[in-house]
Design a protein around this ligand. Structure first.
Ligand SMILES: NC(=O)c1ccc[n+]([C@@H]2O[C@H](COP(=O)([O-])OP(=O)(O)OC[C@H]3O[C@@H](n4cnc5c(N)ncnc54)[C@H](O)[C@@H]3O)[C@@H](O)[C@H]2O)c1
Length: 309
């Protein structure tokens, strides 16, 4: 039986680290694609040369040619620009929309049955671009954000309570940005909601740190943004799909009436298996949570309306 094949577009920090995790876990053969000549080839060769030491048999290939991506089971899209000095958010939106449209059109034509995982920011808007460019059904276009935001929340909960991260669980819904919605009453340590373990002001502080999680890393790094946790989060989604694990993970998916939202990609818990999004795991929100979710969805809509036609 042939091994699974994963294409990672964008051989930068997030893309290359995701490829490394996939190879080291022995999950699939990896094709790294970038627009820069030599970059994906060099990183793929380096990854292949780590295999004898670490002990994996997966192949890693770098290319600038989408023909090499044909027959991929999963396509991860990390290609994009970071915001440069003098570039407005709207400029970045238009530039990355152009990149995502081009790479998804090229990759989807080679792998018409693949499942797309979008990572490029602004995440929720880029999912809309990918859906249109691929022509794929909503079940096969997923955005990575909630797993990362949840991982950050879990890190802060574990640190605050002095417990293992393994025994924490966190739910973060909504758009990927400062309007995200951390759901503290569903965020637990060993099954106990953190709202029963911490005073309200500490819960709020951890929620705020989570919503600011990406910016906190950027402020420290000064150039570039987070990539270890984003790559680990992307890997978790790829693994659940390829191993048909049916993990319940928060992902950006196109909502059709779920959580009171129509026609927008917003983060909700999803059952992830070999079919991609197999089911949206609907939970009942309180009035305050629904209002926060609606505000987050409105922020996504604002961006989507600014997308170039
Ligand atoms: N969704 C999330 O939670 C999340 C988390 C972290 C990063 N991100 C986003 O992921 C993206 C990648 O981040 P990074 O740190 O890896 O950036 P990076 O600059 O290290 O890598 C981006 C790569 O994309 C490549 N690229 C640009 N245009 C291309 C094209 N047309 N075709 C193929 N490749 C192209 C670049 O050459 C570069 O190697 C950014 O948009 C970032 O904001 C999202």
């Amino acid at each position: 039986m042939a091994r699974n094949k994963v294409t990672v577009i964008g051989a930068g920090n997030v893309g290359a680290t995701t490829a490394q995790r996939i190879a080291e876990a022995g999950l699939a053969d990896v094709v790294l694609v970038d627009i820069v000549e030599g970059l994906p080839q060099g990183k793929a060769l380096d990854l292949a040369e780590a295999a004898p030491v670490i002990g994996y048999d997966m192949s890693a290939r770098g290319t600038n040619d989408y023909a090499d991506t044909a027959g991929s089971d999963v396509i991860v899209v990390t290609s994009g620009l970071a915001r440069q000095p003098g570039m407005s958010r709207d400029d970045l939106l238009a530039k990355n929309a152009g990149i995502v449209k081009a790479v998804v059109s090229a990759a989807a034509a080679q792998s018409p049955d693949a499942i797309l995982i979008i990572v490029t920011n602004p995440l929720d808007a880029m999912c809309h671009v990918a859906l249109a460019a691929s022509g794929f059904p909503r079940e096969r276009v997923l955005g990575m954000a909630g797993v990362l935001d949840g991982a950050r929340f879990r890190t802060f909960i574990a640190e605050e309570l002095g417990v293992s991260v393994e025994d924490t669980h966190a739910f973060v819904l909504g758009g990927h940005g400062d309007t995200m919605v951390p759901l503290s009453r569903y965020s637990t340590v060993a099954g106990v909601p953190i709202t029963e373990l911490l005073p309200a002001e500490r819960v709020t502080a951890l929620e705020q740190r989570t919503a600011n999680g990406g910016a906190e890393v950027v402020a420290l790094l000064k150039t570039g943004s987070a990539f270890y946790a984003p790559a680990a989060s992307t890997f978790e989604m790829v693994e659940s799909i390829l191993l048909d694990r049916k993990r319940v993970l928060p992902c950006a998916v196109l909502l059709h009436g779920e959580v009171g939202t129509e026609g927008l990609f917003v983060g909700v818990p999803v059952v992830l298996g070999s079919g991609g999004m197999e089911r949206i795991f609907e939970i009942t929100l309180t009035a305050d949570e629904q209002a926060a979710f609606d505000a987050s969805a409105a922020a996504v809509r604002e961006l989507v309306e600014k997308l170039p036609a």
